[in-house]
Structure formats: structure tokens, C-alpha cells
Design a protein. Structure first.
Lengths: 111, 115
């Protein structure tokens, strides 16, 4: 089945700097890659997603890139703010219905 | 607010007991997914139902079972509870069967504590 690896597991950045989280997946049939943000004790919230026919997608300070050949995708957060502090999960979906999540990255933005 | 509701919000019970968690999907969504999130762990997919039928199965223990009712709400039943079952249980819903780019929206979760 699909396996998703996520790095780093923790990331500390200064406010205003950029944060980058990387994920790799194993199933070349995967065609959908969402990113979720989870604040402590709350539900995962979809922040951005990308389909396999697109290489890059941007939404304000958040961008996601996909390299299908290398089977990896990344989340980029620019001009980080304290409210960006949370756990971020990447996920991948191959043929079928199962969404496989990475292990999560705890991001801390220091003011 | 995602539109997915879950009850109860918190549940405290003892080992060996049985509990039922309830989920109502977003209006119009036909698929319901259940996930388990243990302390400092990622999201583990348990099971998916689509329009009343089981559609996909993940790492769900035999002590756990689920169903989706005609009104599309779903229940996750956990029996013979063990300390290790303590976790956040999330329900998510999506409009269709879940294939392709069907986006999943998560509910607020039920925090289960087994003492």
C-alpha cells in the first residue's frame, strides 16, 4: 500500500522567515495530495491541495510543489506568523479511497 | 466549521467497556471516514463507508466496528476497551466515493479516555 514519509518532525522558525515541509510517497499511482493544519486538540483543517496534473499551486502565503518523477511534494509557508504554529500533515491518495497521512510536522513560529 | 459533527466531544470509560461514537457528515456528502489519532501520533485510517456500504478498510481492530445508516450518519463502536484505545477519534466526510480528488473534511473529534 501507499507509504508517506514526512520531514522534519519538528520545525522552529523565526517570525517572518519561511518554513518548508517535505513529503515523499511510494505509490506512483497517487494523484491527490492535500495538506492539513491541526492546532492543539482541534480537527485537521485542509489548507491547500494539489492534483497530479499540476506542478505547483499557491494560495497567499502558502504554496505546494509536486515532483511526480521523484515522488515528493512540499509545503512552503512564507512570512510566517505566530498563528502558523501548529502540526501540519501531508497526505497522498492513490487509486481507491484511502488517504494515507504522513507523520506530521510540528511547526513553532517564534515571535 | 467544516459542517461535520461528532458526539460526544469527550468520553471517559473503563477498560473492558463498550462505547459508541457518532458522526454526521456534511450535508450532501455520501462518504464517511473514521480515523484514530493517538497522543503525538499521526492519523490512522480505520474505515470508510459510502452510502451505507463499507468501501475501504484500514488498520481497524476486530474489537472495533462501524456502520452508516440510511440518513448517512455513522457510528463507530469500540468494545472490550483497553488503555491503548485512548485517543482522538475523527470522522471525516466527502461528497463522493472518495476516489480521485474527493476532498475530506474533518469533524471536531471525540476524545476517548480509557481508565
Amino acid at each position: 500500500g501507499e507509504n508517506v514519509e514526512q520531514h522534519p518532525s519538528t520545525l522552529s522558525v523565526q517570525e517572518g522567515d519561511s518554513a518548508v515541509i517535505k513529503c515523499t510517497y511510494s505509490d506512483s499511482a497517487s494523484n491527490y495530495f492535500p495538506w492539513y493544519k491541526q492546532e492543539l486538540g482541534k480537527r485537521p483543517q485542509l489548507i491547500i491541495d494539489i492534483r497530479s496534473n499540476v506542478g505547483e499551486k499557491k494560495d497567499q502565503r502558502i504554496a505546494v510543489t509536486l515532483n511526480k518523477t521523484a515522488k515528493h511534494f512540499s509545503l512552503h509557508i512564507t512570512e510566517t506568523q505566530p498563528e502558523d504554529s501548529a502540526v501540519y500533515f501531508c497526505a497522498a491518495k492513490a487509486a481507491g479511497n484511502k488517504l494515507t497521512f504522513g507523520g506530521g510536522t510540528r511547526v513553532l513560529v517564534k515571535p | 466549521d467544516s459542517g461535520v459533527t461528532q458526539t460526544p466531544k469527550h468520553l471517559i470509560t473503563a477498560t473492558g467497556q463498550r462505547v459508541t461514537l457518532r458522526c454526521s457528515p456534511r450535508s450532501g456528502d455520501l462518504s464517511v471516514y473514521w480515523y484514530q489519532q493517538s497522543l503525538d501520533q499521526g492519523l490512522q485510517f480505520l474505515i470508510q463507508y459510502y452510502n451505507g456500504e463499507e468501501r475501504a478498510k484500514g488498520n481497524i481492530l476486530e474489537r472495533f466496528s462501524a456502520q452508516q445508516f440510511p440518513d448517512l450518519h455513522s457510528e463507530l463502536n469500540l468494545s472490550s476497551l483497553e488503555l491503548g484505545d485512548s485517543a482522538l477519534y475523527f470522522c471525516a466526510s466527502s461528497p463522493r466515493q472518495g476516489g480521485g480528488t474527493d476532498t475530506q473534511y474533518f469533524g471536531p473529534g471525540t476524545r476517548l479516555t480509557v481508565l
